[in-house]
Design a protein around this ligand. Structure first.
Ligand code: KG4
Ligand code: ZN
Length: 353
């Protein structure tokens, strides 16, 4: 028998192990009471990307302590938790597997319902997450905010324009047909010797560079749709770096200028397609989510694009909520009724729509 919910607004323990962060959160409505993120970035640095078997092992080691820390920081015990939410996909299969197996064991051991959550829906709703100082105001936004909203998801694996008709009802308007924006930033950053993940370093280097130093093409202007493509910018970068370095090394100034110009090229392409959508459709708000949403240059370029339409950009309240985290997973479960599924399986290629 599954234990009945005993709170008007249920307490949710959420788990996300979709890639290289082991994250566990406790949420109530839109409020994150705790959000533990055990990052594996240091472990993957030497591989220049996420190494699946290393990720799996690290998730196994981190998940137990992360669950205990999330409960402790929320000042709650298992008795008070009403529901367990876990990321089912999309993500790295061996990584997803660890979180799901652990969530199943917890659900059984503590007699709690278990609900599967789509990781992308987590990023879409991440701007709704509230800090615990809003504890007395659970989910003030969820009931009426998600109408005529356009979500822009910019992460290491996805770059999507998603219309939020209402919570749980989405339409994917456009997406990248090849690399994700974060992936392109990471790959070109790697060519520049910025390590992994290069996105945040590129943002810092870009501040010291001249964004007009190099002219990049604007891709997909004649595609007639809202889709994006970043692989051409990547190839253009490789050729440009080879030409500039002439077999030697780029100077520090060249690296700063390249970072600024390339970052601007990626974000300009996103803004171009966003503008195209806004010319065709009406929205009351635009939400931003995903790891690259932490980038201040992206935020300011998006805000400039939105200004003529009188639209505001809603971003996650902390940078921690931009990257992969379990608070956004808990909030997805907290703002709608999702059917429990005790026998859920990982779905690495799960789509939102
Ligand atoms: O959402 P996320 O943590 O993982 C995925 O679900 O993909 O996104 C990770 C991506 C990486 O490509 C990383 O380089 C990028 O987000 N990223 C940034 C910044 N912080 C993280 N890119 C640009 N500027 C940043 N400040
Ligand atoms: Zn993600």
């Amino acid at each position: 028998m599954i234990q009945a919910r005993n709170n008007p607004v249920p307490f949710i323990l959420a788990i996300d192990t979709s890639c290289d962060e082991t994250s566990v959160a406790v949420t109530q409505g839109c409020v994150a009471l705790s959000n533990v993120v055990a990052s594996q970035v240091q472990l993957h640095k030497e591989y220049g990307g996420v190494f699946p078997t290393v990720a799996k092992q690290a998730h196994k080691e981190n998940i137990g302590p992360a669950v205990r820390a999330a409960l402790q920081r929320a000042h709650l015990s298992w008795r008070e938790i009403d529901l367990i939410a876990v990321t089912q996909g999309p993500g790295l299969a061996p990584a997803l597997e660890v979180g799901i197996a652990y969530a199943k064991d917890l659900a059984k051991a503590h007699n709690k319902p278990l609900v599967p959550i789509n990781h992308i829906e987590g990023h879409v709703l991440s701007p709704l997450v509230l800090p615990r100082t809003f504890k007395d105001l659970p989910s003030p936004l969820a009931a009426n905010a998600a109408h005529d909203v356009l979500a822009v998801i910019v992460s290491g694996k996805h770059t999507d324009f998603i219309a939020v008709k209402k919570i749980g009802h989405y339409e994917r308007l456009g997406w990248t047909i090849d690399d994700a924006a974060g992936e392109a930033l990471d790959k070109v950053g790697r060519m520049l010797g910025l390590g992994y993940p290069a996105g945040p370093v590129l943002e810092e280097f870009a501040k010291k560079g001249d964004a007009t130093a190099l002219q990049f093409p604007l891709p997909m202007t004649t595609s007639g749709d809202y889709n994006l493509s970043f692989s051409g910018l990547k190839t253009f970068s490789r050729n440009k770096i080879e030409a500039l370095s002439a077999g030697g090394l780029l100077t520090q100034t060249q690296i700063y200028d390249f970072s600024a110009s390339f970052q601007k090229a990626i974000f300009r392409s996103i803004c171009y397609k966003l503008n195209k959508i806004l010319q065709d459709r009406k929205y009351t708000e635009v939400w931003l989510g995903g790891g690259v949403a932490a980038n201040m240059k992206l935020r300011s370029m998006l805000r400039i694009t939105l200004k003529p339409y009188g639209l505001k950009l809603r971003v996650p309240y902390s940078k921690k909520l931009c990257g992969d985290n379990a608070a956004m997973i808990g909030v997805v479960a907290g703002v709608q009724t999702i059917q429990p599924k005790s026998d859920l399986e990982r779905e690495p290629r799960l789509k939102l729509v």
